[in-house]
Design a protein around this ligand. Structure first.
Ligand SMILES: [Zn+2]
Length: 292
């Protein structure tokens, strides 16, 4: 017994040594493929699936009011000369995909690709990402949060408090983001927060859908100013008719945020991108192509 115990201890030490060699080799490879830092801001749009089969009544619509009932689920990688920001991280965790790479359905969510594979195509691993920003805590925006627990999390205190309250927030699965609790975190307490300090990427408070809902504005050299508007709207008809979903944290705050954001976009000539807008998303360039 003692003999076999010593043997397994020896082999355990040996395995650790092997693992260390493998992981050193892996990180050397990752470094070799590390993408070059661009000279100006870039936006990559990833395909993180779709939401199918939701009842339009949830959004105070009849089916015939909507040109398209499916919702797109994009994830975004923002690459600034000073670092990187992941904005919204999907509806289905990468860990739900099997090795055969088959598409995954979870309730209303459907996805054909992992987020990590799309990052890897550009030469990034989640551990390379400087900042994580979530428009809000709903399940279709936070599924891969734990992959970015090593990044610095940019969050409103009211949103973070709701996420880690004793009673978990509605429409989310805390298991998918619980590791953020120990992440390096910057609590955003100003209306606008300049992520990289170069004025090119601004996170702006737009509460109502959830207590700490936020949007991000990108000042792209060729494309111009683009706002990734989180769930300020879901359908383009919502914006046209100013219809409010039935499941807002605060309908009054949502209405006020919409009025403020519309005014902001008009004054600053910013294009508002509704993240879930299926038809608009279908027309966007997808990674590895990018907006700059
Ligand atoms: Zn959403």
């Amino acid at each position: 017994m003692r003999h076999s115990g010593r043997l397994s201890r020896t082999s355990a030490v040996f395995s650790v040594a092997i693992l260390a060699v493998i992981s050193a080799a892996a990180s050397a490879t990752a470094q070799q493929h590390h993408p070059q830092v661009p000279k100006s801001l870039r936006l990559y749009v990833f395909d993180c699936g779709v939401i199918k089969g939701l009842d339009p009544a949830l959004f105070n619509f009849k089916k015939e009011d909507l040109a398209e009932t499916e919702l797109a689920v994009p994830c975004y990688l923002i690459v600034d000369p000073k670092g990187t920001l992941m904005w919204d991280v999907g509806a289905i965790p990468d860990t739900a995909f099997k090795d055969d790479g088959a598409a995954v359905t979870q309730g209303y969510f459907y996805s054909t690709r992992t987020l990590k594979s799309q990052l890897a195509e550009l030469g990034y691993a989640p551990s390379d990402i400087t900042y994580l920003g979530l428009s809000h805590y709903h399940g279709d925006h936070v599924a891969n949060s734990n992959e970015f627990a090593g990044s610095t999390w940019l969050v409103r205190p009211v949103e973070r408090d709701a996420m880690f309250a004793d009673k978990p927030p509605a429409l989310s699965d805390p298991k998918n983001y619980d590791q953020l609790k120990n992440s390096k975190t910057i609590l955003l307490t100003t209306d606008e927060y300049d992520v990289f300090g170069d004025g090119k990427v601004i996170i702006k408070f737009a509460p109502g859908h959830t207590p700490g809902h936020q949007v991000v504005i990108l000042k792209l050299a060729k494309t111009g100013k683009v706002m990734l508007a989180g769930d300020l709207y879901h359908y383009p008809e919502e914006r046209k008719l100013n219809r409010i979903p039935s499941f807002e944290f605060s309908k009054e705050e949502s209405l006020a945020s919409r009025a403020m954001i519309e005014d902001y976009c008009k004054k600053t000539k910013t294009q508002l991108w509704i993240e879930h807008d299926y038809a608009a998303n279908a027309k966007l360039k997808k990674s590895p192509k990018f907006y700059d």
